[in-house]
Design a protein around this ligand. Structure first.
Ligand SMILES: [Zn+2]
Length: 343
């Protein structure tokens, strides 16, 4: 993984995250606290360092196993408040001013916590943290029963005051094609919920085409494997379909062998609107600062191009116009840009 000397400076500039999973962003100290709550004996054998080592997975299947294991220690509504609060504080400490965060209610069906209580608990946790605006995207998770995902839409719409703005579709892309969720996404769009679909990460261009054709999402999560199909690249650029690109995540899950092999530069140069994101930073041990440093050092992005990426993220975020305008101003006028990069 790329650890760059620029990290400190990139820590200071105002940033956004549009593709971030709540359950993949929990700081290790908080995971340890939760393990201690439910399995004191196990917790006694662990330290933050050993826990961090456990999360060094071998491949995507191993990643999904660790994801599920960690989630078994999130059981009560208060746990959701705790994790949301810790994630928001961690983001704020990195000068992330705006974040859209996925949460995956289907992964916690066993807890029996109603969707409304879970969402309110998350909202209680992050809304206590000043200086960052957060909105929630419910990840319906591939493999879930399509009837059940459809039935979640009415309750989700009622949770707009608790920060819910849309739906997403993560999970195992190679195993579960998206077409079965067509009715869910159609109705979500009709209701005014915003939509994003993970595609072109664990599967190739055909998966992106299917997601576009069947679900018509406002954004695509990842989408990087579009580079394998020139027609698809042209389509994404012509229709200005935004991709939530997560370079270090793709390297951690072995889609690309290292940062230099990642197609982020090609996608950016093709005119497709992209944002840069960390995906699951507690599991990949990455940060926005490292992502930007890698773009500059390895892919020769200029400071202005990095600022452009940040502004593109604002443009294609699901924020209202007033929030977008405030974000644009805070980015353009931030002294870090003028003193370190632009001047
Ligand atoms: Zn993701």
């Amino acid at each position: 993984m790329h650890r760059a000397q620029h990290s400190l400076r990139f820590d200071l500039i105002p940033k956004l995250e549009l593709h971030l999973h709540l359950e993949g962003s929990i700081p290790p100290a908080i995971i340890l606290e939760l393990i201690n709550k439910y399995d004191h004996t196990l917790a006694k054998t662990l330290t933050i360092e050993s826990l961090t080592k456990i999360f060094q997975f071998n491949d995507f299947t191993h990643f999904l196993e660790l994801w599920a294991w960690k989630n078994t220690f999130i059981r009560e509504t208060d746990d959701f408040t705790l994790i949301a609060n810790s994630v928001a504080k961690h983001l704020r400490s990195q000068n992330i001013h705006y974040a859209e965060i996925f949460y995956s209610p289907a992964d916690f069906a066993k807890t029996g916590i109603p969707l409304q209580d879970m969402t309110e608990a998350i909202y209680r946790g992050y809304s206590k943290v000043d200086g960052i605006k957060i909105q929630l995207i419910a990840d319906l998770v591939r493999g879930s029963d399509p009837k059940q995902t459809y039935s979640m839409l009415d309750p989700l719409l009622e949770l707009q005051h608790e920060g819910v703005i849309g739906i997403g579709l993560g999970g195992n892309e190679a195993k579960f094609p998206p077409g079965v969720y067509k009715a869910t996404f159609q109705r979500a769009r009709d209701m005014g919920l915003l939509t994003t679909v993970h595609a072109g990460e664990g599967a190739g261009p055909a998966s992106i085409w299917e997601a576009l054709r069947e679900l018509h999402p406002h954004r695509i999560g990842h989408g990087v494997r579009a580079v394998e199909d020139p027609l698809l690249m042209t389509h994404l650029a012509e229709h200005q379909i935004p991709l939530e690109v997560c370079p270090l995540s793709n390297i951690c899950t072995d889609i690309y062998s290292d940062y230099a092999q990642h197609p982020v530069r090609r996608i950016f140069d093709s005119g497709i609107p992209i944002s840069i994101n960390t995906d699951d930073p507690a599991m990949f041990q990455n940060s926005m600062a490292e992502e930007y440093a890698g773009l500059m050092d390895i892919h020769r992005f200029s400071a202005l191009e990095i600022q452009q990426l940040t502004l593109t993220a604002v443009e294609h975020s699901f924020a209202d116009e007033a929030t977008k305008s405030a974000l644009r101003t805070s980015i353009i006028q931030d002294p870090q840009w003028t003193s370190h990069f632009i001047a």
